[in-house]
Ligand binder design. Structure first.
Ligand code: A3P
Ligand code: MG
Ligand code: MG
Length: 380
């Protein structure tokens, strides 16, 4: 396993005039055809085992099977094995996988990118134009011509601690579920829908045994892709939920599937504009997350307010922007892509020389602020 690095960048005060700002609004400057995008191609992968230990293999790959309807997804909540990052692991496992690849295949096959980061960071950047409440805090450092971007782990950990110590509201609606329960549903849905061996060759009893097993998010499989936004190349790593068919051996898109849960919509005659807007806003996150790693299919499990799995809907990732454009129009995929492209270009101009940089979007501010906050590389 890679050595986790625990230090965080030393904060140095820089004068306010050193803050560089990139305005999100007005969005009109990002409209029109999208910047050219290269289809993401997998360049490396890794897994985490049942103890969340790094494995240089495909052991964490799962296969999709249709889950049974009517299951109360609260089942087994008491035994939920919930992994949460306790220390700052920076980009360690992503970089470990790239190093392993280079050792195996030689320096000539080395993958290069203008940016290296987790897919989650790019999702936050891409979706910011259509989420007024979006906020993020990241660090960046330039090394050998590549800008590495990581999450501001100390801030995120402090936020999580504050959230979990906040008492639940005194007047709670009976349908209101705890945050932990809502998180559990997401992983329970995955457990009901994923098995570690191809379904065609897995006996029925084996499948059912897996569907009833303890829900845990310790094991994972992560795909690392090479992609580009306009002239900017990126290496992105992120978790993939499962495969719809065996992994191809040729250079065609990998049939990954992203699983999501969402509250069921009222029946069509009772639906109002707000219900649909709420769901289409959610689709922005689903789309961006899957688009970035080249995940072609998203399967949404609709649940009741109290967590009973009711129905499934399959979405082609690339069909989603058009659906929303013809629907409520609450977001525009081309704007997301063009915004991200412009932002990355601007970041290249700002993040120059040595040091650690803070990249920050405050809620409702509409401005991404970047400033140099430390020396060295902050243990990236
Ligand atoms: P849902 O997305 O169905 O709610 P992912 O969808 O990215 O594969 O993540 C799997 C599950 O992890 C989610 O299922 C959710 O339960 C939990 N999860 C992911 N990101 C989260 C976040 N920011 N806050 C709370 N739970 C999260
Ligand atoms: Mg997942
Ligand atoms: Mg998922």
């Amino acid at each position: 396993a890679p050595q986790p690095s625990t230090s965080t960048p030393a904060i140095i005060e820089s004068p306010p005039e050193m803050t560089h700002s990139f305005s999100v609004q007005p969005l009109n400057r990002f409209r029109g055809a999208s910047a050219s995008i290269k289809r993401p191609r997998e360049v490396a992968h890794f897994s985490y085992d049942d103890n969340h230990e790094y494995k240089d293999d495909e052991s964490g790959i799962n296969y999709y099977i249709p889950p049974p309807m009517g299951v109360d997804m609260k089942e087994g909540f008491e035994t939920f094995k919930h992994y949460e990052e306790k220390e700052d692991l920076h980009l360690d496992s992503l970089l470990q996988a790239l190093i392993t690849k280079e050792r195996k295949e030689g320096k000539e096959k080395r993958v290069q990118g203008d940016f290296v980061t987790w897919r989650g960071m790019m999702t936050k950047i891409m979706t910011a134009p259509f989420d007024n409440f979006a906020e993020f805090s990241m660090f960046a450092t330039l090394h050998d011509g590549t800008i590495y971007i990581e999450e501001d782990f100390p801030s995120r950990a402090a936020e999580r601690a504050a959230e979990s110590s906040r008492p639940p509201p005194r007047h709670q609606h009976p349908d209101q579920q705890s945050r932990e329960m809502m998180t559990y549903w997401g992983y329970k849905f995955e457990t009901l829908s994923l098995i570690p061996t191809p379904p065609a060759t897995t006996p029925r009893e084996e499948i059912e045994r897996h569907q009833r097993s303890v829900v845990s998010n310790y094991a994972q499989h992560c795909s690392i892709v090479n992609t580009s936004f306009g002239p900017h190349s990126l290496i992105l790593g992120g978790e993939v939920d499962g495969l719809l068919a065996p992994k191809p051996t040729t250079d065609i898109p990998i049939p990954w599937v992203e699983l999501k849960t969402s509250e069921e919509l009222p029946p069509p005659h009772l639906q109002n504009h707000r219900d649909i807007t709420k769901f289409e806003r959610k689709l922005l996150k689903f789309w961006a997350q899957s688009f970035l790693l080249g995940v072609p299919t998203i399967i949404v499990g609709f649940r009741s307010k109290s967590g009973v799995l009711r129905s499934l809907q399959t979405f082609g990732t690339q069909d989603i922007p058009g659906m929303v454009r013809r629907g409520t129009g609450v977001w525009d995929g081309n704007v997301c892509i063009n915004f991200a492209t412009e932002f990355l270009g601007w970041l290249k101009d700002v993040v120059q020389g040595e040091g650690v940089w803070s990249i920050r979007l405050r809620k409702k501010s509409g401005v991404v602020e970047v400033r140099r906050v430390g020396e060295g590389t902050g243990a990236f």
